[in-house]
Design a protein around this ligand. Sequence first.
Ligand code: T4K
Length: 362
Amino acid sequence: MENKNIFVTQPSLAPFNEFTEILKGVWDRKILTHNGPLVQQLESELNQKLEVPHFTVVNNGTIALQIAIKALELQGEIITTPFTWIATVSAIKWEGCTPVFCDIDPKTLNIDPAKIEALITEKTVAIMPVHVFGTPCDVVEIEKIAKKYNLKVIYDGAHAIGSKFDGKSLLTFGDITATSLHATKLLNTGEGGGCITQNTELDKKIKRIRFFGHSDDKTDIVEDGFNGKLTEIHAALGLANLKYYDAVLNDRRTKYLLYKEKLQQVTTITFQDIAAGETNYSYFPIIFETEQQLLHIESVLKVNNIIPRRYFYPSVNTFTKVVSYQPCPISEDISKRILCLPLYFDLSEDEILKIIALIVNC
Ligand code: T4K
């Protein structure tokens, strides 16, 4: 086997000529951005493929979260999870709101709905859970709480493209779901993201916010908008990659199940509980008994040119440069013991078996 690094992920890319074929049209039209034909085509294909009513593409997943908060005109406290990427919380803060951390369920790694109500104050305006690693949150319980207290729900579905709940795309839950089309995601446009809502008027507002807040005829500013536009070049990449979406999704499942079957023999490792709904198997996290064990296995893998990633470490509630510390013992503990193993389309079965053997023999 060649001695190249095996990273936690690699972008899934359509054959180069299929991408450049789409780009020819961009060169002919010379329309590079501003809701061009490829952006519109990508949105329409995403709506069909993912079975969602309105997928509005934007320039990254963090901006998608900010647009969701802006579109719902939220000001106040937003209850969220500490077991996430910093972007969930930076979006809340950049929109002038205050993140309030609710600890996670140690099995699913998602926000624990049983702990949400105790955190609700008269300043609470919304709940922003994350479907961690593509595993659905307890959307039923979260919706019940939101209804009872008249709160909005924005799902951070950065990992959730391809996941389902109750037979429906997971992206259709909540008032808005924000997702990511970043290079490291199951479906990518290089950089990119999207807002998904069932509400047609809200979707129109999202599209106006994405485009500086212009009115449709561009004679007025009708929203507190900004620049969230995706370029035609990124849309072209998305369209090329979308052709391989089913193959990528199926491949993830096969590889996830191979890892799980073989690693089950290691009694000191546990796995995320993915039983709720239908996950997209987009990441393969393993949870060790101790951080020492994680550090040891991480170093063994690295010596062998395998570079896993500690998603999500440290727990976001401990980033005191940007948030005031609120204890979340479960998230803080699991953050120290969880490691994501390589999982991507071009990863071969032999490479997976090598990774498994290194872990089993540790
Ligand atoms: N909410 C959640 C829950 C999220 O996880 C994220 C992003 C967001 C919101 C915000 O969405 P975006 O604004 O990013 O669209 C990655 C991604 O930058 C980030 O999108 C993602 N979550 C986060 C979990 O991970 P890193 O720090 O892992 O990137 P990096 O450079 O270490 O890449 C990992 C491996 O991937 C590399 O070792 C090699 C490979 N790689 C990476 C890139 C960028 C490639 O082969 N090609 C590439 O172009 O952040």
